[in-house]
Write a protein that binds this ligand. Structure first.
Ligand SMILES: [Zn+2]
Ligand SMILES: [Zn+2]
Length: 415
């Protein structure tokens, strides 16, 4: 999507959230609009990759709303998940099993778990998700077959939206590190646990209209080579990761979803936990999953950021340096230059918590958001100038700033 389309799509969603009318929806709308403002988006020229030395142009958001409905942030969420997926595939410890007398290696398989669309007519998106999620929990923890053949994997959820009768098609995508999969057995068990989930939620079950009277489960072997996207039984690693990390980004979808469904999904934060490594893959992913990184109380090492390093700002005011030259498992917390450190603020409850518990009004929150943004903007500009000392940045609102060792002689001032 082009820059303009992204902004346009996010702004439409922000408008629609205002129509929802709840406090959370209004706050979310404020956050998404802020993220998409011209004065939040910079185009950088002559950025240098610290690893390869290559020069590139890039777009930077000074502040991120981190919402999946935001056209900018959804792409960074999907990039992060692609990175985690690729890391897991590359670093997964090899396993083998015995098939008769032969020792056979575990393999990657891509699986699509479907839901009975007809039986879900009339249920909101959120409820359909609940039914799916409960079935998945049962399937992955109770099915003896699943536990025997699957070592681990990554689960993502996806839905498509079209016109009636059931406008949503909710399904799960799995990338499994597993033994040979018996499709019939897989279908049987998946159907069994979806049925159990229906019962759990008091929904009436209808036998699927498929030939086998079981829910469809699609299986593909994931191979390390280029494969045509339409291949019946094979999928390349690249495509598997692509399907796994594809999220709803079309504003059309968010425009068509009834407001009541939109309200329900934004007010349930857990809805968005759609990307989930599990089993042995969860272990494999530990070094690069942000949750695994514990923030030490004090900064431990002082480093100077070099080109290519990305510095994340943590809520306690510390930095987290992601460096191409430092092992990704070693977090380094240090402001390179104390003057660059953002003001350390006492730890606050999340905006979501405070709004939903009436600790702050929407009006006050809007002011707080803008004030925070002003601080973060100053900090981020300093950070970008020192990370990319020779680059030139231009904000979409026309403001400019250059890297700190720029020699153009006409470096814009005022930021
Ligand atoms: Zn955003
Ligand atoms: Zn300059």
């Amino acid at each position: 999507m082009t820059l303009f389309l992204k902004q346009n799509s996010s702004n439409k969603i922000a408008d629609r959230l205002n129509l929802v009318g709840s406090k959370i929806a209004c706050a979310l709308s404020d956050r998404i609009s802020l993220c998409n403002k011209n004065w939040n988006i910079a185009e950088g020229q002559g950025l240098v990759n610290g690893k390869t030395g290559a020069t590139f142009n890039g777009r930077v958001l000074l502040w991120n709303c981190k919402c999946r409905l935001c056209a900018f942030c959804v792409s960074s969420i999907s990039t992060r998940n692609r990175k985690i997926s690729n890391y897991i595939i590359e670093n997964q410890p090899k396993e083998t099993y015995f098939c008769g007398r032969y020792e056979v290696p575990y393999e990657w398989r891509f699986v699509v778990l479907t839901m009975p669309d007809d039986a879900l007519i009339g249920l909101s998106l959120f409820h359909q998700r609940q039914v799916f999620y409960h079935a998945w929990r049962l399937f992955s923890t109770k099915s003896e077959y699943f536990k025997k053949v699957v070592s681990g994997g990554i689960k993502t959820e996806e839905f498509t939206f079209d016109s009636a009768p059931n406008p949503y098609h909710y399904h799960g995508n799995l990338l499994l590190y597993c033994q040979f999969l018996n499709q019939e057995q897989f279908k049987k068990d998946w159907t069994k646990y979806v049925k159990a989930s229906f019962k759990h939620f008091g929904l009436s079950w209808q036998t699927p209209k498929t030939k086998s009277k079981l829910l469809n489960v699609y299986l593909k072997r994931v191979v390390d080579q280029r494969v045509n996207e339409d291949h019946k039984t094979l999928l390349s690693v690249q495509n598997a990761v692509k399907y796994l990390c594809k999220y709803v980004t079309k504003s059309q979808t968010w425009e068509d979803i009834p407001l009541s469904d939109l309200k329900e999904i934004i007010e349930n934060r857990r809805f968005w936990r759609m990307f989930e490594p599990f089993g042995s893959c969860r272990e494999t992913a530990k070094p690069i999953r942000p949750k695994a990184v514990k923030t030490p109380a004090k900064p431990v090492v002082i480093v100077n950021p070099r080109a290519g390093e990305i510095i994340s700002l943590l809520s306690n005011g510390a930095f987290y340096v992601h460096s191409p030259t430092i092992n990704a498992t070693t977090p380094i917390f240090a402001p390179a230059n104390p003057a660059h450190a953002p003001p350390i603020k006492p730890k606050k409850k999340s905006w979501f918590y405070r709004i939903s518990n009436n600790l702050i009004t929407n009006e006050k929150y809007r002011n707080e958001l803008i004030n925070n943004f002003i601080h973060i903007r100053q900090f981020r500009i300093k950070q970008l100038r020192s990370l990319y000392p020779t680059a030139k940045f231009r904000m979409l609102d026309g403001a400019k700033f250059h890297g700190e060792s720029c020699i153009c002689g006409a470096c814009p001032r005022g930021y």
